[in-house]
Design a protein around this ligand. Structure first.
Ligand code: XIL
Length: 369
């Protein structure tokens, strides 16, 4: 009898313990903490620096995002905080407050800080455009002073810079002519920016960065001939940034071929803004086309393969010494710029809206391992 009672007690106790354990696991899962135990930090397995862009201010109040950012990334790129309209909102007003905080954050978590960007038509403040129209001769002096003050201040702290961003036409060959820099200084503004940046920090790794160059072959040709001309004339360029905002249907073979040809220059190759969308857009603000409005399990698995393929192509095609790294343009679907910018629903990143890893995350991890 005693034994039976003891057994019943043990069984009740056991059921009670199991229920308690399950509810603890449930709570932890809801809070997202359980994921930590199963996730390997990408940075711990990656053979090259691995990064993500981050918008610093919202990030400050988001401890879950910070935990994931610290777990996974060894390289930090600012989403917009380091662009000209942020750093110099008004004439003669340099505002380095946020960049200083970013430098400190990156140092604290042992992350390489990548500077995005110095000269970009799209982040040139209106006051610069107005002034250059009235006084074209002023723009070259301004460019010099801006770059030398900014790059000089962070010499040895910012590891590399996108010196010129998107200097080529959106589609097809040739320079982007609708830019105050091109309109005022001609194509020479691009090499000027590289020379000024090199003068301000001779050790910084200096990139030309652009989008669609992995698939628009005319644009790619324009980029490569510009880069080769720079190399032949001793313009201090050290790297090519492929933004790599791609779509699921961009052929791997085309990506592999352009990366290979770019690597043949001997320069550093950075996949600088990776994300992979399902829908399409026309490359302009608000220009999204909603072909898919739900993310099915099949699409999640297909995206895992695409992420796996992209990282594998980078690893195999770009020689090790030229692997500057892979940077995601944000790493969760909740915060992705794609939705805001193109006004479209999409799921381009490796973490979902609830900050849980998607199959795409495991695809990246497998390709890095
Ligand atoms: C984007 C930011 O993510 C958005 O928040 C902002 O509204 C526009 O710029 N190519 C680039 C990045 O080089 O600077 C862009 O970032 C995305 C496209």
């Amino acid at each position: 009898m005693v034994g039976m009672k003891g057994n019943r007690y043990k069984i009740i106790n056991c059921v009670f313990l199991t229920v308690t354990l399950l509810s603890i696991v449930g709570c932890v899962a809801k809070s997202g903490l359980s994921l930590a135990a199963t996730e390997t930090g990408l940075r711990t397995v990656s053979p090259f620096p691995i990064g993500s862009s981050i918008r610093y201010l919202p990030f400050q109040n988001d401890l879950r995002l910070q935990r994931l950012q610290q777990l996974h990334f060894s390289s930090y790129t600012a989403g917009s905080d380091m662009k000209m309209h942020k750093v110099m909102p008004e004439e003669n007003v340099f505002d380095f407050t946020i960049v200083d905080s970013i430098v400190e954050y990156a140092e604290n978590y042992n992350q390489r800080l990548f500077g995005h960007n110095l000269i970009w038509h799209s982040s040139t403040p209106n006051w610069v455009k107005r002034k250059a129209k009235n006084d074209p001769a002023w723009l070259a002096t301004f460019m010099h002073d801006y770059i030398s003050e900014y790059v000089g201040r962070y010499r040895g702290k910012v590891h590399g810079w996108d010196v010129v961003n998107e200097g080529l036409n959106t589609a097809g060959g040739g320079y982007r002519t609708e830019s105050i820099w091109y309109e005022t200084l001609g194509p020479k503004y691009i090499e000027m920016a590289f020379r000024f940046a090199h003068e301000a920090d001779p050790d910084a790794v200096l990139f030309y960065n652009d989008f669609n160059v992995e698939r628009d072959l005319d644009k790619f040709e324009s980029m490569i001939s510009m880069v080769k001309d720079f190399q032949a004339r001793g313009v201090p360029i050290s790297g090519i940034g492929f933004q790599m905002h791609i779509r699921m249907d961009i052929p791997n073979s085309v990506i592999a071929e352009t990366l290979k040809q770019a690597a043949n220059t001997g320069l550093q190759i950075h996949l600088s803004e990776v994300d992979i969308i399902f829908n399409t857009h026309d490359d302009s603000r608000g220009g999204g086309v909603q072909n898919f409005d739900t993310l099915t399990p099949e699409m999640r698995v297909a995206q895992k393969k695409k992420y796996y393929d992209l990282v594998t192509i980078y690893r195999t095609v770009v020689p090790k010494a030229q692997q500057y790294g892979v940077t995601f343009w944000g790493f969760n679907d909740r915060d992705t710029w794609i939705r805001r910018f193109f006004d479209i629903k999409d799921w381009p990143t490796i973490y979902d809206d609830n900050l849980a890893p998607k199959p795409a995350f495991w695809g990246v991890l497998q390709a890095l391992e």
